[in-house]
Design a protein around this ligand. Structure first.
Ligand SMILES: [Mn+2]
Length: 334
């Protein structure tokens, strides 16, 4: 697509030229990614009724997302040989999380758009970007698009977006001003907050339960000045385990595990830790570690991850060393 054919406003191409569009989630699509994509399909259909839209979930979706997708159904593909006129990547953060769709999009002559709330990366192939790093969820950014383009939002779409905002904001506990304002406007558009809370409740996943309990069993505790760090190793659900260790009281948690031929490291910290130390896990730990160890990673200030080819012991040791560099000494408590 030549630049003069790219318009300056969403969807960044001539509406009449749109026949096929793909809304692409990050791999293992979570509720924010899928429900934001669901709303984007409605937005695209309103703008271009002739356009066929697919939701793409590279590598599938989470268990909760699968449940929600039955309530908010849409044609969803994991792979496609087809090319599209428009690709909208939503909630993606790191391009790497597009899996093989990254190369497919890169090679395509279609217009590529990013709708996101993750910090912007330097390198990108997008023709248009709608990114608000101040937003708690991608859903808020999508809601803003409906407003900017004066597209009316139906009740079902408002419900989908509300559930996405609640999901990404820990039921509004960490919602910023735009998240809270969006939720009020979505209520005015017919969304039901009680229903949203109920639909986001998931049945316990015993794989996750066991990973969390094993993670607690293998816990190591460290002190760094006044701060308490916790680490553990589990083969799956590293992010869930890290979050659980923070719930238990750690200021910062590092959880590693080897799966599918790579080592995954998840990090979580409390808001208090971020406020007092200014340490942003996404940029100062995950990105830095993926540079040092080889791999890729990033994330938010209090929730981040990276993957690397080195062993879990090496990854954990190096990550704790990095935390030590940022905080002063880190030592294990015995
Ligand atoms: Mn999100």
């Amino acid at each position: 697509m030549t630049t003069d054919a790219v318009l300056r406003k969403f969807p960044f191409l001539e509406i009449k030229g749109m026949k096929r569009a793909a809304v692409v989630c990050h791999r293992n699509a979570d509720a924010d990614a899928y429900l934001s994509a669901y709303a984007l399909t409605k937005l695209i259909k309103s703008l271009a009724p002739q356009c066929e839209v697919d939701i793409v979930t590279p590598g599938g979706m989470t268990t909760l997302t699968t449940k929600l997708s039955a309530r908010f159904p849409h044609r969803t593909v994991q792979e496609s040989k087809e090319d599209y006129d428009l690709y909208v990547a939503v909630d993606v953060g790191d391009e790497e999380l597009l899996n093989e769709w990254r190369e497919k999009m890169r090679a395509s002559g279609g217009v590529k758009v990013l709708v996101d709330h993750h910090p912007l990366r330097e390198v990108s192939f997008y023709d248009g970007m709608i990114v608000d790093e101040g937003a708690t969820s991608a859903a808020e950014v999508v809601y803003g698009l409906f407003k900017d383009l004066s597209v009316e939002i139906d009740k079902q779409t408002a419900q989908a977006l509300m559930e996405a905002v609640l999901f990404d904001s820990s039921h509004l506990a960490i919602a910023g001003p735009s998240g809270l304002r969006t939720v009020v406007k979505l209520m005015d558009a017919g969304a039901d907050v009680t229903l949203a809370r109920r639909e986001l409740r998931s049945e316990p996943d015993y794989g996750e339960v066991l990973a969390k309990l094993k993670g607690a069993q293998r816990l190591k505790i460290y002190r760094a000045g006044d701060w308490v760090a916790a680490s553990s190793m589990v083969g799956s659900f590293q992010a869930h385990v890290a979050r659980s260790l923070v719930y238990l009281g750690a200021d910062i948690a590092v959880v590693c595990g080897e799966s599918e031929g790579e080592t995954r490291v998840s990090l979580r910290s409390t808001q208090r830790f971020l406020d007092r130390t200014g340490i942003k896990l996404g940029t100062q730990v995950s990105e830095e570690m993926s540079k040092r160890l080889g791999g890729h990673g990033g994330g938010h200030a209090t929730a981040a991850s990276f993957s690397t080819a080195v062993s879990e012991d090496e990854a954990l040791g190096a990550t704790l060393k990095r935390v030590g560099e940022l905080l002063g000494d880190v030592h294990e408590m015995t």
